[in-house]
Design a protein around this ligand. Structure first.
Ligand SMILES: Cc1cc2nc3c(=O)[nH]c(=O)nc-3n(C[C@H](O)[C@H](O)[C@H](O)COP(=O)(O)OP(=O)(O)OC[C@H]3O[C@@H](n4cnc5c(N)ncnc54)[C@H](O)[C@@H]3O)c2cc1C
Length: 541
């Protein structure tokens, strides 16, 4: 019904030709904070990347070609490098320095579930590890090929699974193939008057199957729901057969096994398609900025949005930046932002927090919900900033990863991390995360925002900027990440709210789900993937 054009991030960053310059004011402020400005670290050219030779046995290659066709099996150098890693800070540090050690031995592009089943059968027989590959935007180390005890590893690129399979206008559900990227999902559904409403910051490249495999959350998930709340049915090809789970809008037929597949990160099988709730394209949209006098008042106001307005009435997009993120946003924002900052200082919001709120749907409901939210925000000292900050956030919301490439060129450390906790735990968790990062990394900028509201709590999303340790950037961040993960867990936060487990959070999983939980996961893997070919090293401790 609908075909995708092949699109992917650049081999060592985000959008290939989009690196915005760093505004002079931001550079001045950061130099002041760090005490100096590092020497630039440009990436090596693609031709200088080091890549081990392909270890794919000839017999396996012949069988893959017989199953998929010659043009869909490749050991081409550039293709292997492009599939070598996700898009976390350390992935990019390694790639930019010319290290593609995580590259698979071959890249395979199956067309459908039958071909995937054939590939898995060959891989079991030939002892080849399989890394399901969606958009390549993982930020938890889940895509670097770990061969485990297999002989070789292939990336299973799902970009040919690119169809809107079915739309049920009556039930308002859509069945989508796993390889559709964000814009293709919205183009296919939008052409028929519907939207999934799932907009992670990685939307331009991440795939529908990747979202389901990682339990992703989009920027409007407070209103539309996280992907795991939207999935009704999922089909997944495993080495021991196909799982087809989920019936109707709700069921009491035992534990919700669908949740074994949603979030399985390629460690149990390959998600080929899923059926999700969709909504009519909204007739009205309203996005606006607000200022709250401080983080304490901001968190209380956001808790009130989640608890007092109730399900369906809170804004669809709810983001609250802490004072450091607010100051940086204004710093990057040019003249209009400087004027707004001056106005807020006069109103006593000099150390205030910027909030972005968005409503979508029927015009009268948008108006009604907006009024209800505005009354609550005002009661916590909120000051409305009008539609301009909202429109500007919406316009630039997928562009931040390009600025990250610029900052990496400048020799900075730039990484994000995330968690969620109950409202009661959130303020102390927020403070502890900042203190840990500062203790580990010294003079750093730590910016935090709340981006997803639940009745009982919210998520925290943290961006860290510092000077990269040129001698040991991997050790520098690995130590800091380990320390902050311990802090998060000891303050009642989850190890991940939406980035998933991958390799990076695997060793912390036992603390979250307990040894019996780990044993259950291992039992599921043993049942579905007894020879351990599926994404070794990811998710399952
Ligand atoms: C700049 C940036 C911004 C981001 N913003 C967000 C955000 O706002 N919200 C959010 O939730 N995440 C975000 N992420 C993380 C990432 O985009 C998500 O985890 C996303 O869901 C991954 O989708 P993908 O298609 O790129 O999957 P990949 O990165 O290709 O794969 C991710 C994992 O899922 C597995 N997998 C992929 N497809 C399948 C399949 N069909 N079947 C089985 N396993 C599969 C892979 O093996 C791997 O373990 C961001 C990442 C970046 C780099």
């Amino acid at each position: 019904m609908y075909r995708v054009t092949d699109r992917a991030p650049s081999w060592n960053g985000w959008e290939p030709a989009a690196r915005p310059p760093l505004p002079a004011a931001a550079r001045r402020e950061l130099t002041r904070l760090f005490g100096s400005w590092p020497a630039p670290t440009p990436p090596v050219p693609l031709a200088d990347v080091t890549l081990p030779g392909s270890a794919l046995p000839d017999g396996a290659r012949r069988e893959f070609v017989a199953a998929l066709g010659e043009e869909h099996v490749t050991t081409d150098r550039t293709e292997r490098i492009r599939h070598a890693a996700g898009r976390a800070y350390l992935d990019l540090v390694r790639l930019r320095s010319g290290d593609a050690g995580g590259a698979p031995d071959a890249v395979l592009r199956p067309a459908d579930a039958e071909q995937i089943a054939d590939v898995l059968r060959i891989c079991v027989g030939r002892r080849v590890a399989v890394v399901p590959y969606g958009g390549g935007t993982s930020v938890v180390g889940a895509l670097a090929a770990d061969r485990g005890d297999q002989r070789a590893a292939v990336a299973l690129d799902l970009s040919r699974l690119d169809r809107l399979v079915a739309l049920d206008r009556v039930a308002q559900t859509a069945t989508l193939s796993a390889g559709m990227r964000g814009p293709e999902v919205e183009a296919a559904l939008g052409g028929l008057g519907f939207t999934l409403g799932h907009f992670p910051q990685s939307y331009r490249y991440a795939t529908f199957g990747g979202w389901v495999a990682t339990r992703s959350a989009g920027q409007a998930s407070t209103g539309y729901g996280r992907i795991d709340e939207l999935v009704h049915r999922v089909r997944c090809v495993t080495p021991t057969g196909e799982l087809d789970l989920g019936r109707g809008p709700a069921s009491a037929a035992g534990p919700r096994l669908i949740d074994l597949v949603v979030g399985s990160e390629g460690a149990l099988g390959v998600i080929t398609e899923a059926t999700v709730t969709v909504r009519p394209v909204p007739a009205a949209r309203r996005y606006e900025g607000w200022s709250l006098p401080g983080l304490g008042a901001g968190l209380e106001a956001f808790r009130a949005l989640a608890q007092r307005l109730g399900p369906g009435l809170a804004p669809d997009v709810c983001r609250l930046s802490d004072p450091d993120e607010t100051r940086t946003t204004f710093l990057l924002g040019g003249t209009a932002a400087r004027l707004a900052r001056g106005y807020l200082a006069v109103r006593g919001h000099g150390a205030g927090c910027l909030a972005i709120l968005g409503w979508e749907g029927e015009p009268h409901l948008v108006r009604y919900r907006r009024r209800a939210a505005a009354r609550l925000l005002e009661s916590y000292g909120g000051v409305p900033l009008g539609g301009t900050p909202g429109a500007s956030w919406r316009h630039g919301r997928f562009g931040a990863p390009n600025l990250r490439d610029t900052l990496l060129d400048h020799g900075l450390l730039v990484e994000t991390l995330e968690t969620a906790a109950d409202w009661s735990a959130l303020p102390a968790l927020y403070r502890a995360v900042r203190e840990t990062l500062r203790a580990e990394l010294g003079r750093v900028l730590v910016m935090t925002h709340v981006s997803h509201l639940y009745r009982t709590g919210a998520s925290l999303y943290v961006t860290v900027l510092g000077v990269r340790d040129r001698a040991d950037p991997v050790g520098q961040w690995t130590r800091a990440k380990r320390a902050v993960t311990t802090t998060i867990q000891s303050y009642g936060g989850t190890v991940t709210h939406h980035h998933a487990v991958g390799v990076d959070h695997r060793s912390a999983l036992a603390d979250e789900i307990g040894e019996r939980g780990v044993a259950l996961l291992r039992a599921a893997k043993a049942e579905l993937d007894p020879t351990g070919i599926m994404n070794p090293g990811t998710l399952v401790p």
